[in-house]
Design a protein around this ligand. Structure first.
Ligand code: F6R
Length: 599
């Protein structure tokens, strides 16, 4: 996730764009840049935030585009910072999202000089080619858009044109209608101090901003995107109207998942492309995987264990990174060590991966953070592409980790021949449905909020689940305890009767995963056990018939073995609302830090 902003009008363009980028820093902050457009294009950009860049004073005729970056292709660096330009230096482009076919597009751009490692840079060069054929800027951009695959929002400026072009496909872009000019931005936050009148672009929209304002096209036709008045204030801005980052990040999950999956899944062929450097030979030669991770990432690892065992025939051990040891007699050549860490900086996980490396085990990182320490130490990295997560409690990174690991499992299975193309295709179909399934759960937030109100004052909360339900029970309990400071525990459903049942009373609601992939029929007997001790049961299931066995039922869409991770989103909301009712510091819970860099 990156932040785009642009301005064309009578105001101080450079100042307005720089302010917009500061407001958008919550979307990414590893590098920044501005293209000031007039009779020529001047680009100012570097690694770090916009504060580190010396910008010129604005000329009255100047306008421009700006960008604050969260890397997905190429590490944070001056050369990878946006805007990117074409060979003539007359076209500048900023981009948010992923161009999934950029390799193919780049191969067609023979003779062009590329200066960065980004996917974005193909866009100005493609526009350059169209302009060389004598086409105007707007149709040139439209033709290029027809060739792009993936999810993206872009802003384009051209020397001497007095136009800014924007386009949106699966990535947000809005137009701000100011008194003295028009803004383009990833979201309203960028310009809220200047105007509250906003047009929300839709997928496929292309906006042409000139001195007279903005015209929006879709499929070549002019469309009306009626301006709406924003009701919230500048101080709410980086949270985009949400009370907490955590709430915003929970709601960003459909988008985060789309980014995770973008360009990686060929559902028809049952294939996955993760651009792995680790060769097929290595995946064929191993027979086990050691996953090392902490906290929420460890729970994603437990989910992945079952996916790997089901789809790639690999035997998987998941260790809390702080407990990871390699035993005598262990054969490193048969093993792949996988570090799961959203930050890429967790000291325990780094230490575990160093242990694995020290005996010659090949290593893979699954992380959200390009250029983080783990990526520099492992043999290969797969990015989860969830965008920056500011709330201390991990939410969108958990679902993106699970989705990424599902793709790794299918890829390994296809390479190893342990899964047929048709089985892979049907599983990938449900993986591809994750964004819409998660959106469905988010749409039922009012139900979950009511349940939170009903049980917020309970003594303790138990979460139970079997199979894929077990990691989700652990994760949901962790989420509730860390942000509400209430006692919560997650258990394999069958374990309750071996001890914890002694704690169950009418004051301990039991949240039961009764979805697909959780052996729900067996969990139902554990539900009966707790109900007969007076505990209220909150069930999660895609089967509405389960409501007669539970005090409350949260319904989730049918998703096969990915259903529990979708149910997890409902339980993030439950944790959020319990904590909110108690007035906790949700984004910065006491004693906790976002990145734990000590062992
Ligand atoms: C819980 C949470 C932590 C982290 C853990 C590992 O909400 O965020 O449990 O999951 O500290 O962090 P990473 O994934 O950065 O290694």
């Amino acid at each position: 996730m990156c932040g785009i902003t642009g301005y064309l009008g009578d105001g101080d363009s450079v100042e307005l764009i720089a302010q917009g980028l500061k407001n958008l820093e919550y979307r990414g902050y590893d590098s920044a840049g501005v293209a000031v457009v007039d009779d020529d294009v001047n680009v100012y950009k570097q690694e770090g935030t916009i504060d580190g860049i010396t910008l010129p004073d604005s000329e009255p005729t100047a306008y421009g585009i700006g960008h604050t970056r969260w890397s997905t292709h190429g590490p944070p660096s001056d050369r990878n910072a946006h805007p990117h330009t074409d060979c003539t230096g007359d076209i500048a482009v900023v981009h948010n999202g992923i161009i999934s076919n950029y390799h193919e597009l780049k191969a067609d751009l023979d003779g062009h000089i590329f200066e960065s490692d980004t996917d974005t840079e193909v866009i100005p060069h493609l526009i350059e080619e169209e302009l060389a054929d004598g086409v105007d800027l707007l149709p040139a951009v439209q033709r290029v858009l027809d060739r792009l695959e993936g999810s993206f929002a872009i802003g384009v400026g051209q020397a001497g044109s007095e136009r800014l072009i924007g386009a949106r496909q699966d990535s947000p872009l809005v137009v701000g209608h100011g008194e003295d000019g028009t803004f383009l931005a990833s979201d309203v936050t960028a310009f809220i101090e200047q105007t509250k009148f906003v047009s929300y672009l839709e997928d496929g929209d292309v906006v042409d901003v000139g001195v007279d304002g903005a015209t929006v096209y879709n499929d070549g036709e002019v469309v009306d995107r009626e301006p709406q008045e924003i009701k919230w204030d500048a101080e709410d801005t980086s949270k985009a109207g949400h009370d907490h980052y955590m709430h915003k990040e929970i709601h960003e999950q459909p988008h985060a998942l789309r980014q995770t999956l973008s360009g990686r899944v060929d559902e028809t062929a049952g294939k996955v492309d993760l651009e792995l450097d680790l060769g097929d030979e290595l995946l064929e030669g191993i027979d086990r995987v050691h996953i090392v991770a902490c906290g929420t990432s460890y729970h994603a690892g437990l989910y992945a264990k079952r996916l790997f065992e089901t789809y790639s025939g690999l035997s998987v051990e998941v260790s809390r990174a702080s407990e990871y040891r390699v035993h005598d007699g262990h054969d490193p050549e048969n093993t792949l060590a996988v570090a799961i860490t959203q930050s890429g900086e967790t000291a325990d996980t780094l230490s575990a991966i160093r242990t694995a490396k020290s005996i010659g085990t090949p290593t893979l990182a699954v992380t959200n953070t390009v250029g983080s320490t783990v990526t520099r130490e492992v043999d290969d990295t797969v990015y989860i592409r969830a965008g920056p997560e500011i709330g201390v409690a991990a939410t969108k990174t958990f679902v993106s980790q699970v989705a990424t690991l599902a793709l790794v499992a299918v890829h390994a299975g296809r390479v190893r021949g342990t899964i047929s193309a048709s089985k892979a295709a049907s599983f990938l179909q449900s993986v591809n449905q994750l964004p819409s399934a998660v959106q469905e759960v988010l749409n039922s937030e009012a139900v979950i909020e009511r349940i939170a109100e009903k049980y917020a004052d309970s003594e303790s909360f138990f979460f139970i689940g079997k199979a894929y339900g077990h990691p989700v029970a652990l994760e949901s309990a962790l989420k509730l305890k860390e942000i509400s400071y209430e006692h919560a525990e997650g258990f394999p459903a069958g374990e309750l009767k071996h001890g914890p049942l002694a704690l169950v009373t009418e004051q301990t609601p039991v949240i039961a995963l009764l979805t697909e992939g959780t052996e729900a029929a067996e969990t139902m007997s554990n539900v009966k056990e707790v109900q007969s001790r007076g505990a209220p049961v909150i069930g999660l299931s895609s089967d509405s018939g389960k409501s007669e066995f539970c005090e409350e039922l949260i319904e989730v869409p049918e998703m096969g073995e990915m259903e529990p991770v979708v149910a997890n989103v409902a339980l993030q909301l439950l944790a959020y609302h319990v904590a909110d009712l108690k007035g906790r510091a949700i984004d910065k819970p006491r004693n906790l830090a976002k990145s734990v860099t000590v062992e």
